[in-house]
Design a protein around this ligand. Structure first.
Ligand code: URA
Length: 244
């Protein structure tokens, strides 16, 4: 911890809560610095200071792991693209949605969703975990709820399972698809790799279009249904352990 760290920031980063929540803890007298209640969040703390929340000693966690429900229209990147900047329009990225809470962290999305897609984005500054989740050899499954414009067919199910060959010759790994709705228009797709526009291109092979695409799980961790579009929360210890 460096000498210039503000107490409210230290509390928010170590508990992985927002700055607003950390200020609320401070004003309620829950935080002590060297055994003295401290309500002033702008005060700076140093490495030698012992900071406690409700009597529990806090340490700044090495990494941040956030589950975000990405809304449509937001880009899965750490910063806006040069092309957007050059064209003079503002582009909101997934990291913009959490920047206020983690202003000093270099967070990035571990895996992308198309701008129009929604759902589970894992934001972290842990490059090793991100690499492990994305490495082609690891085949970590990603689960999606997809609305298609023509009902699911047997040909799609067997074609996806066999590993379809895309129009550009890319042979994909096998993927699972099953109907979630009686009309066969809402389906669940499980991918074991991440190729650009993969689901849209796979359905395109069967002349089916994708109207909506929502990621519901990464590996064994399901998107928390209480998170509204744009909301996020830290992964629980259990969720993080299951990803590792
Ligand atoms: N496949 C797609 O086509 N789009 C996504 O956003 C994710 C998977």
């Amino acid at each position: 911890m460096d000498n210039s760290l503000r107490l409210d920031r230290f509390v928010s980063e170590s508990l992985q809560i927002t700055r607003k929540e950390s200020k609320a803890l401070l004003s309620r007298g829950k935080i002590t610095v060297n055994d003295v209640i401290e309500k002033n969040g702008s005060r700076h703390v140093a490495a030698a200071d012992i900071i406690q929340a409700d009597g529990i000693v806090l340490s700044r966690s090495e990494h941040v792991y956030l589950m975000l429900n990405k809304p449509a229209g937001i880009v899965s990147a750490s910063r806006a693209s040069d092309s957007a900047a050059a064209a003079g329009y503002a582009e909101t990225t997934v990291t913009d949605l959490v920047r206020e809470a983690f202003p000093r962290r270099e967070l990035f999305p571990a895996g992308r969703l198309d701008k129009t897609s929604t759902g589970f984005i894992l934001l972290t500054d842990d490059g090793i975990l991100a690499h492990a989740l994305l490495a082609p050899g690891r085949h970590v499954p990603k689960t999606y709820e997809v609305v298609i414009d023509t009902p699911l067919t047997e040909a799609m199910i067997t074609g996806f399972a066999a590993g379809p060959v895309l129009a550009d010759g890319t042979r994909l790994d096998g993927a699972e698809v099953r109907a979630l709705s009686a009309d066969g228009l809402t389906v669940e797709v499980i991918l074991h790799q991440g190729v650009y526009h993969q689901i849209k291109r796979m359905f395109g092979l069967f002349d089916a279009g994708v109207n909506a695409l929502h990621r519901t799980a990464i590996g064994p961790v399901r998107l928390d249904p209480s998170l509204k579009p744009g909301d996020w929360r830290p992964l629980t210890g259990e969720e993080l352990a299951s990803l590792r």
